[in-house]
Design a protein around this ligand. Structure first.
Ligand SMILES: [Zn+2]
Length: 477
């Protein structure tokens, strides 16, 4: 079996997008060796985005497909091929037509069965969605770079960044603020106080805004780069601390560990849980009394974390029997419900619909032009009878014909307008379903705030109880 390996990396996104050509190549070669395939050729689009198919090597690959030069198209990751779901389908259909198999190293996808195609579609939607909103968090090259000691996060307060050398060097003025923040913390100030004090003095953060309590808190607990280390999260593994060779430390590691220890001691009593962690807040309603559920939390000492739950107000008063639902259970209810609700909705018609809408618009314009023409004729007709050019009988007949034409055109316009709004609504619905489905697929990797954002945007009302789960969901549409 001969493999055509397609590799793509976009210009300015190399660090973010994270897939260097070398990393993709290496992974592809490893994979082909493991599966005993032979590489026919590499098709490398260096510096092209996946938004469209305007790339020289993908074009060449599509030409070579016709000449039977290989049996398999292999990519490192699906989004290397394309980030557009409609392009994806075009490509897959093309491969299928020439009996070429399509494989992706990381997605473990083949296109041979209907189930696989479905799977592929989800991944494609995911990739597209990611491009638009979430952005890639973990990538091979990032891992590679991290292991080599390259910190790649955003530039923290206290540093200047040189994009050529990729070095984070100390910005003395900002470093003074960093040192003060840590000193105040050691002196017993909480993040809230530190924040207020800095803002009162007119000091500003890296982006020139006022300091926020959260970011101060983050600095005091997570900002390992100040000691020249960084925390790296490999996929599905425990995070590890790595020494950064591109960050000048502001504190020595010993100094920093002391600060950390101090932080940990103060952390014995955990802070109250923030509202953003209640992802279903204001959306849940009791299935018995239809009252909105309130949010509660208890601290679990064993697990050292909070358990969040939602409870009917009247249960506390003994007037309702529905028990509280903890958030994890609620999330399970939610995902199961949506999975059932959105079964088999993968048809992607948006682009086709948009074309149709465009055509309908053109038709409507033409029809309206015709109306104008007829109105002009009516005017002329009017003058003709005034000047006695035509008989009254003729005038009447022509006028009736013109009026009939007008009626007909107006009916046609109405029809087209109806069809158009139908298509527009269909688009909205399809779009909504695609987004929702792709969200469900990545649910467990989302942050609470992202989950909450999604729920706030799309969910109006959920009726639920602990025994029977979700009774009803209303969507915003
Ligand atoms: Zn109730």
């Amino acid at each position: 079996m001969k493999v055509a390996a397609y590799i793509r990396v976009s210009t300015d996104e190399q660090a973010n997008e994270g897939f260097s050509i070398e990393a993709q190549k290496r992974n592809i070669i490893e994979w082909t060796i493991k599966h005993n395939y032979e590489i026919y050729d590499f098709y490398i689009d260096d510096g092209y985005s996946g938004k469209n198919l305007n790339r020289p090597k993908i074009k060449k690959l599509l030409l070579d497909i016709k000449d039977n030069k290989f049996d398999i198209v292999l990519v490192y990751c699906l989004d290397r091929l394309t980030r557009d779901i409609v392009d994806l389908w075009t490509l897959i259909d093309n491969f299928k037509h020439y009996k070429i198999e399509f494989l992706s190293v990381t997605d473990q996808t083949t296109t041979s069965t209907a189930g696989d195609r479905l799977n592929l579609n989800i991944k494609g939607i995911f990739a597209q969605y990611e491009r638009e909103r979430i952005g890639e968090r973990v990538a091979v090259a990032m891992e590679q770079r991290a292991k080599e000691g390259w910190y790649t996060g955003r530039v923290p307060l206290g540093y200047n960044y040189d994009s050529n050398t990729k070095m984070y060097s100390i910005n003395e003025d900002e470093a003074k603020i960093v040192k003060r923040i840590f000193q105040m913390h050691i002196d017993g100030y909480g993040s809230n106080k530190i924040c207020k004090k800095l803002n009162l003095e007119g000091l500003r953060n890296k982006r020139g805004n006022e300091f926020a309590e959260n970011s101060i808190n983050y600095m005091l607990t997570h900002a390992w780069y100040y000691s020249g280390y960084f925390l790296y999260h490999p996929k599905n593994k425990e995070p590890i601390y790595l020494k950064a060779n591109n960050i000048e430390p502001i504190f020595t590691i010993e100094e920093f560990k002391k600060i950390k220890k101090y932080t940990n001691e103060r952390k014995k009593f955990p802070k109250k849980i923030g509202n953003n962690n209640y992802i279903f807040k204001n959306k849940l309603y009791c299935s018995s009394c239809h009252k909105r559920l309130t949010t509660l939390s208890t601290f679990n000492k064993k697990r050292n974390n909070y358990i969040l739950y939602y409870k009917c107000h009247r249960t506390v008063q003994g007037r309702c029997n529905n028990k509280g639902i903890n958030q994890t259970l609620m999330e399970n209810f939610f995902i199961n419900y949506l999975n059932k609700y959105f079964n088999n909705i993968y048809e992607v018609k948006i682009k086709i619909n948009l074309k149709q809408i465009d055509e309908i618009d053109k038709e409507i314009i033409k029809l309206k032009e015709n109306i104008e023409k007829i109105n002009n004729r009516k005017k002329k007709l009017h003058y003709m009878i005034l000047d006695d050019f035509i008989s009254k009988a003729d005038y009447k007949e022509i006028l009736i014909n013109l009026e009939n034409d007008l009626k007909e055109i107006n009916i046609k316009i109405k029809e087209r307008e109806n069809k158009k709004s139908e298509l527009v609504n269909l688009n909205k619905l399809t779009e909504f379903k695609i987004i929702t489905k792709s969200i469900i697929d990545i649910w467990c990797s989302l942050l609470p705030l992202e989950k909450k954002e999604f729920i706030n945007k799309f969910i109006k009302y959920i009726e639920v109880d602990k025994e029977n789960g979700i009774k009803q969901i209303e969507f915003y549409q």
